[in-house]
Write a protein that binds this ligand. Structure first.
Ligand code: GLU
Length: 507
C-alpha cells in the first residue's frame, strides 16, 4: 500500500445523501487508483443532531452501493458496528480528550483565546452588523479587551466560555486545490471561529483538522460546500505547524434547472433509490460520472475502468446536473444485462413477501402447493427484456405461478372468430403439444415454429389460434407472447391451462 490516505467523514444525520455517496465514491476511486487506504470516520460531535440508527443506516447504504473502505468504522452483515485500524477511535465523540489537548496547545502557543461573551451580547453584535450592512462576524471583543489576569479571574469564577482561533488580521490565506487550482481568501473576511464550544465539545473545524492530521490523511476530497471552510482549516494547520494535505473540492450537484440538488426536485437519500428498485451497479456508475468522466463520451463503466481512469485533475469545476433520465436508462441497461442467477435473489424475496410464492428449503411453492422452482428462472428472463427497474418485477408475475385467475369466456374468441372455432383451435394446440417432443419446450422459438407450422398447414389465421392460446394461458390483456408463456410454464402446466379454457367453452 502507498502512503496515500483519504477519508469519508460523514455526520450521522439520518441517511446517506446522494452527494455523500459521490464524495465517498470519489475517495474510493482515488484510493484504489493510488494503491492507498480509505478511512471512514464518523463526525458525531454535534449531539443536538444525533439520530438513532443513523450510523448503521449510513454504512449499510454505502455497503449496498458498493463503496468499500479499508479502515475506520465498519459494519458486518448482522448490522454490528466495529472499528478497525491503528488511528482510532474513529468516532469523534470518543476523541474529546484529544481535541481538548490540542486546544490547550493552541492557547499556550497564543493561536487561540478564550471568549466569555454571552449569547445575548453576540446576538446584539450580529443584529447591529446586519443593520449596518456589514459582514456578520465576531467583533473580537475578548481577543482585544481581556487581559490575562481578567481571563484567569473569569476562569476561577467558572464562567462559561468558548475557545476561538486568533485569525490573522491582515494578509491572505492561499492553498492549491487539486480541482480548482489556486484558491485565495483575504484574512479579514474570516471569522475568529469557535474551536471548542462551552460544553467542551469541539466544532467541526477543529475536530476535522486534528483528526485528518492524526489519521495521516494525505488528500481531503469533499464537496464544494466545504470550500469556504478550507481557509479556516489551513489556518489551523499553520497554527499547529502541520503540513497541509492536498485539498480537492468536488463540484456541486444540481437539479436540471441548475439549482442546488434538493429534495423537492429529486430523491436525495441513497436508500430511496434502493427502495425504488435501482441496481447498485447502475447507481454507482451514474454517481461516478457526476463531475468526472474517465474518457469523455462513454457512459457505461465497470468499477475497474472508473478506478483506472480516475484523476483528481480531471474532476470538473462546474456543477454536475443530476439527470434522473440518465439514471433510469443506465439502470435498465444494467438490469437487462444481469445474469438470471444474480437477478433471482433480488426479485424473489419480494414475491415471497407479497405472498405470490412461499419458500421452503430453497424451493418455491405456488399457492396451490405446487413446486414451481423450475419455472422461476424462465419467468424472470421473460420479464427481463421488459423491466426497467427491479420494482417492475413486483407486479404482474402472479399468473405465472397461480393458475386460479379468471378466464373471461366472452374474451376467448379472437375478434373475427367464434366459440366453436376457438374451442377446436385450442384442442388442436393441446394435441400438438401433447404429441410434441420435450425438446420443443427448450426455447420459445421452437414452440413458435411448431405452432405456426400447424397454422400454416391448416390454413388458419394467426389471431384465431394465438389469441385464445395466450389468453387461456394468462387471463391477462397483455403478457409476453404465447410461445414465451408456454416455454416458461412448461408442457404439463400449459396443457392443463389450455384444457381449462376448452372446458369453459364446452359448458
Ligand atoms: N462531517 C462533514 C460532513 O458531514 C465532513 C466534511 C469534510 O469532509 O470535511 O460532510
Amino acid at each position: 500500500m502507498s502512503d496515500i490516505r483519504v477519508r469519508f467523514a460523514p455526520s450521522p444525520t439520518g441517511y446517506l445523501h446522494i452527494g455523500g455517496l459521490r464524495t465517498a465514491l470519489y475517495n474510493e476511486l482515488f484510493a484504489r487508483k493510488q494503491g492507498g487506504a480509505m478511512i471512514l470516520r464518523i463526525e458525531d460531535t454535534d449531539q443536538s443532531r444525533y439520530v438513532d440508527g443513523a450510523v448503521q443506516n449510513l454504512l449499510q447504504s454505502l455497503q449496498w452501493a458498493g463503496v468499500e473502505h479499508d479502515e475506520g468504522v465498519m459494519i458486518d452483515d448482522q448490522g454490528q458496528i466495529s472499528q478497525i485500524g491503528d488511528y482510532g477511535p474513529y468516532f469523534q465523540s470518543e476523541r474529546l480528550n484529544i481535541y481538548r489537548e490540542h486546544v490547550n496547545q493552541l492557547l499556550e502557543s497564543g493561536h487561540a483565546y478564550r471568549c466569555f461573551c454571552p449569547a445575548e451580547r453576540l446576538a446584539k453584535v450580529r443584529s447591529q452588523q446586519q443593520a449596518d450592512g456589514r459582514p456578520v462576524m465576531y467583533d473580537r471583543h475578548c481577543r482585544e479587551h481581556l487581559s490575562p489576569e481578567q481571563v484567569d479571574q473569569l476562569l476561577q469564577e467558572g464562567r462559561p466560555h468558548v475557545v476561538r482561533l486568533k485569525v490573522p488580521l491582515t494578509g491572505r490565506t492561499d492553498f492549491t486545490d487539486a480541482v480548482r487550482g489556486l484558491v485565495s481568501f483575504p484574512n479579514d473576511t474570516i471569522d475568529d471561529q469557535v474551536l471548542l464550544k462551552s460544553d467542551g465539545f469541539p466544532t467541526y473545524h477543529l475536530a476535522n483538522v486534528v483528526d485528518d492530521h492524526l489519521m495521516k490523511i494525505t488528500h481531503v476530497i469533499r464537496g464544494e460546500e466545504w470550500l469556504p471552510s478550507t481557509p479556516k482549516h489551513v489556518m489551523l494547520y499553520q497554527a499547529f505547524g502541520w503540513e497541509l494535505p492536498v485539498f480537492a473540492h468536488l463540484p456541486l450537484l444540481l437539479n436540471p434547472d441548475r439549482s442546488k440538488l434538493s429534495k423537492r426536485q429529486n430523491s436525495v437519500a441513497v436508500e430511496d433509490y434502493r427502495q425504488k428498485g435501482f441496481l447498485p451497479e447502475a447507481l454507482y456508475n451514474f454517481v461516478a460520472l457526476l463531475g468526472h468522466n474517465p474518457s469523455g463520451d462513454k457512459e457505461l463503466y465497470v468499477k475497474g475502468e472508473l478506478v483506472d481512469g480516475f484523476e483528481l485533475e480531471k474532476v470538473n469545476k462546474g456543477g454536475a446536473v443530476f439527470n434522473t433520465e440518465k439514471l433510469d436508462w443506465m439502470n435498465t441497461v444494467y438490469l437487462r444485462a444481469l445474469p438470471i442467477d444474480k437477478l433471482q435473489p433480488l426479485v424473489m424475496p419480494e414475491l415471497v413477501d407479497q405472498g405470490v410464492l412461499t419458500e421452503k428449503d430453497g424451493r418455491y411453492l405456488a399457492a396451490s402447493g405446487e413446486d414451481v422452482t423450475e419455472r422461476v428462472p424462465r419467468v424472470l428472463s421473460l420479464e427481463q427484456s421488459r423491466a426497467e427497474r427491479l420494482a417492475d418485477y413486483r407486479e404482474g408475475l402472479e399468473y405465472f405461478f397461480d393458475s386460479s385467475y379468471e378466464i373471461k369466456r366472452a374474451k376467448l374468441p379472437w375478434t373475427t372468430s367464434d366459440e366453436p372455432t376457438t374451442k377446436q383451435r385450442l384442442e388442436a394446440v393441446v394435441q400438438l403439444l401433447e404429441k410434441a417432443e420435450a425438446a420443443v419446450f427448450a426455447t420459445p422459438d421452437s414452440l413458435e415454429e411448431l405452432i405456426r407450422g400447424m397454422i400454416e398447414t391448416e390454413g388458419w389465421s394467426n389471431g384465431e389460434v394465438l389469441w385464445p392460446t395466450r389468453f387461456a394461458l394468462t387471463g391477462q390483456k397483455a403478457s409476453p407472447s404465447p410461445f414465451e408463456v408456454l416455454w416458461a410454464l412448461g408442457p404439463a402446466e400449459s396443457i392443463s391451462r389450455l384444457k381449462r379454457a376448452v372446458n369453459l367453452l364446452e359448458s
